[in-house]
Ligand binder design. Structure first.
Ligand code: MOS
Length: 755
């Protein structure tokens, strides 16, 4: 099998090619902004040029004279939108502040007007001719800026688990044989999915249809309905294909209800495609973080004290935070643990989810510190992980449902030839290049959420699955089809899948890597209801077994005959079943919330168990002796995530994650003009990302792992696992190559000039 389609190991599904692949590459797959609606008008946003203050007035004369202008909405004439809760506080919206609700400016690039015109060009021209006058105040940009005030996470966010405390970390640190203390930093990053943010709204009487690339159609439907003050039953959201999201399309952005308002006013459908730079400030992003790690260890490397304090930037208006100490404090065993998280307020747009929101920054800090500790202890960094490995998370003592971390390390180390490494820094060279080897742990909580699905099965052996989950490029269409095919005993080609439409049974947000586990368990349940009906007594066990669960590609005559016989006995041609599934431990109101577009996600730390997927990543770094250019010729990752539905799509997710991890380590950062609290590189020309020539060999292994405790299908999500740990592996390899420890991301040439 080709590299991209690894041979399945035990407990792994076939590398079925994406069932939507042809539609995507031929352009037949409709993305949200592709829907051609008759009589369409076009919107264009006007955004604030200042980060803090007020708009005192607008001069719209010039803008109104642009031919074809239909409407200009500002705070002076906007309809009042209803307050909604911030998504991290249990609401839908990316910020609780509604657009155009007042003249106040909370961040640079905030929406201050929406222009609607006959053409896109007309709307754009008029938008540039809208002349606001401002009353400007000095903004706070970030950490260390004047006016940056700090608040404890536990005081501002209901989502935060709380600061953790086990034993006495401070005392244990004093008594530790070896101590390590470090400060770590990660930058602002923007997702920049290739598909731009967009919203198209169409009214038919009271009924509103929204075409928008979304990771959560039921959330968007309910959120916009709430903002507009209308019944959610009158709103439909269509998002069949999404051109990249990574967390940025999971909450309701301020533009969506505004476009609905505009469409109502002009009495025509309105399409708004947000420009790349406007996406930086009207959608969400990963905010900068800081970390203070203190580790104490015994001579043999066992951690006796762990403390992790984190600081995260958020907006003045909403307390977004990721609180990754929940994961970092649980990764290794220690009897003494202390964590604390604070947010720092700045005049910025509100941050939000970005791939591995908590783990990417917090595990970078921890895994760099672990490498530093290994150096101090003169231990192999792999062995340091081994002595601290545990099958019970150390805060509550809950067992992991499965944890194959060291198996991953051993597999990846072997493939990487880790044993060739000379332990001393700067001891490996190749001509003008200093060579460094580094490794780090990857972990990600195995999230699951309530979902509903409808499955239709016909006598001739075809199935249709309906479930409002989302394929954000991950392969959701395909794994859902595979689960139905396996359960119903038919080839995968005979399964049709409908996703990404709020008229379908509700699924959760495509966030926290929960889709495969949530959707596949739900589809499995619906299919079981079908096969139970088909195999109802008096069918013998032997025939029952022959009907279901035997699909290995082609269906055989026995299966076909049995299926047709079973349908005939019931006297029906079609069986349709609806199922609602929720993970163990989900709260009592899970299904009620699900139907309102609210998610009750379970995973990571649960009541009596801990569910995480793990991996190990190894990289080779080459640093040029003279230019200090940093290259990553190869990266090896080994991961384990329970039952793998499809080794091809899983492999792609992990490989893509590792590539993004390389980007996080060396490229990915939003630069700020700190005086004006503005993003400077808000375009794809200036925002650094690796291109093909920057990426060497990415070697991904997926270990066989059985987890019969996480959920009935034994699935652990892995979409966000791959980019956790990569950055630390690279910073550790840079140290090994150069002797210079860089504790902030991204690591750039200038960081190594003095090394
Ligand atoms: Mo992912 S950042 O949880 O969409």
């Amino acid at each position: 099998m080709p590299y991209a389609a690894p041979e399945p190991k035990a407990n792994q599904g076939q590398p079925v090619p994406r069932i939507d692949a042809r539609a995507k590459v031929t352009g037949a797959a409709p993305y949200a902004a592709d829907f051609a609606l008759p009589n369409l008008a076009y919107g264009f946003l006007v955004t604030s040029a200042i980060a803090r203050g007020k708009v005192t007035d607008f001069n719209l004369d010039e803008a109104r004279q642009v031919p074809g202008v239909l409407e200009i909405i500002t705070y002076q004439n906007a309809d009042k939108l209803k307050e909604t809760k911030f998504f991290n506080d249990g609401g839908y919206s990316s910020t609780k502040v509604q657009p155009l609700s007042s003249n106040e400016i909370h961040n640079e690039g905030q929406i201050i007007a929406l222009v609607v015109a006959e053409t896109f060009e007309g709307a754009r021209e008029a938008a540039f001719k809208v002349k606001p006058t401002y009353m400007t105040e000095e903004p706070t940009a970030s950490f260390d800026s004047p006016g940056a005030n700090q608040e404890a996470a536990k005081d501002v966010s209901p989502k935060y688990e709380g600061d953790l405390k086990v034993g006495d970390a401070e005392k244990a640190l004093q008594q530790a044989n070896t101590k390590l203390e470090g400060l770590y930093e990660t930058p602002t990053q923007h997702h920049n999915p290739i598909e731009l943010f967009s919203t198209t709204c169409k009214w038919e009487g009271d009924k509103l249809t929204i075409y928008e690339p979304s990771q959560f159609v039921h959330g968007l439907k309910n959120g916009v309905a709430q903002e507009l003050g209308i019944n959610a039953d009158n709103v439909r959201v269509m998002s069949p294909f999404v051109g990249g999201a990574f967390g940025s399309k999971g909450s309701v952005h301020p533009r969506s209800a505004l476009v609905a308002m505009a469409a109502k006013r002009v009495g025509r459908p309105v399409k708004l495609v947000v420009t790349r730079d406007q996406g930086f400030t009207t959608a969400t992003y990963r905010a900068e973080t800081r970390h203070h790690l203190k580790l104490g260890a015994a001579q043999d490397g066992r951690l006796s004290s762990f403390s992790h304090e984190g600081w995260e930037v958020t907006s003045r208006t909403d307390a977004y935070l990721v609180g990754g100490t929940n994961s970092s404090a649980r990764l290794y065993h220690s009897d003494n643990i202390a964590t604390k998280v604070s947010v720092v307020r700045a005049d910025r747009n509100t941050p939000g989810f970005m791939r591995s929101p908590p783990e990417l920054p917090y595990i970078f800090a921890l895994e760099t510190a672990m490498d530093e500790l290994a150096v101090k202890l003169k231990m192999d960094p792999v062995e340091l992980r081994r002595v601290n490995d545990t099958q019970n998370e150390p805060v509550k003592g809950n067992p992991y449902t499965s944890r194959s971390l060291m198996q991953c390390f051993d597999e990846a180390a072997k493939k990487f030839n880790w044993s060739d490494r000379e332990s001393e820094p700067m001891s490996m060279t190749d001509g003008d290049w200093q060579i460094g080897y580094g490794c780090a742990t990857a972990c990600y909580p195995s999230n699951m959420a309530p979902a509903a699905a409808r499955v239709k099965f016909t006598r001739d052996g075809r199935a249709r699955v309906e479930i409002a989950v989302h394929d954000v490029g991950t392969g959701a269409y395909t794994v859902v089809a595979q689960m139905a095919a396996e359960q119903l005993g038919i080839p995968v080609e005979r399964v049709e899948v409908a996703l990404g439409d709020s008229d379908l049974p509700p699924g959760p947000v495509a966030g926290g890597s929960n889709t495969t586990a949530s959707a596949c368990n739900t589809v499995m349940k619906a299919c079981k209801q079908i096969t139970d009906r088909l195999a109802a007594p008096p069918l013998s066990e032997r025939i029952k077994n022959a009907i279901v669960g035997k699909a290995k590609g082609a269906e055989n005559e026995l299966e076909k005959g049995n299926r047709e016989g079973a349908f005939d006995r019931l006297g029906v041609e079609v069986i349709e079943e609806y199922a609602e599934w929720k993970p163990e431990g989900a709260p009592w109101d899970s299904f009620r919330a699900m139907h309102k577009g609210q998610v009750r996600m379970v995973g990571g730390e649960m009541k009596d168990k801990s569910g995480y997927a793990f991996g190990a990543e190894f990289v080779e770094v080459r640093v040029h002796k003279l230019t200090r250019e940093i290259r990553v010729p190869r990266a090896v990752g080994a991961f384990a995530a329970g039952h793998i539905m499809n080794t091809r799509t899983a492999h792609s997710q992990l490989m893509g994650g590792m590539i993004w991890g390389i980007s996080s380590a060396l490229y990915d950062a939003t630069e700020m003009d700190r005086k004006r609290a503005r993003y400077v590189n808000d375009n794809l020309a200036d925002y650094l990302m690796p291109v093909n020539a920057d990426i060497g060999t990415i070697d991904v292994s997926i270990l066989s792992e059985v987890d019969d405790k996480i959920n009935p299908a034994g699935i652990k999500g892995l979409g966000e696992l791959g980019n956790v740990g990569t950055a630390a592996a690279i910073s550790n390899a840079v140290y090994h190559a150069t002797g210079k420890r860089v504790r902030k991301l991204p690591i750039r040439i200038e960081d190594l000039l003095d090394a």
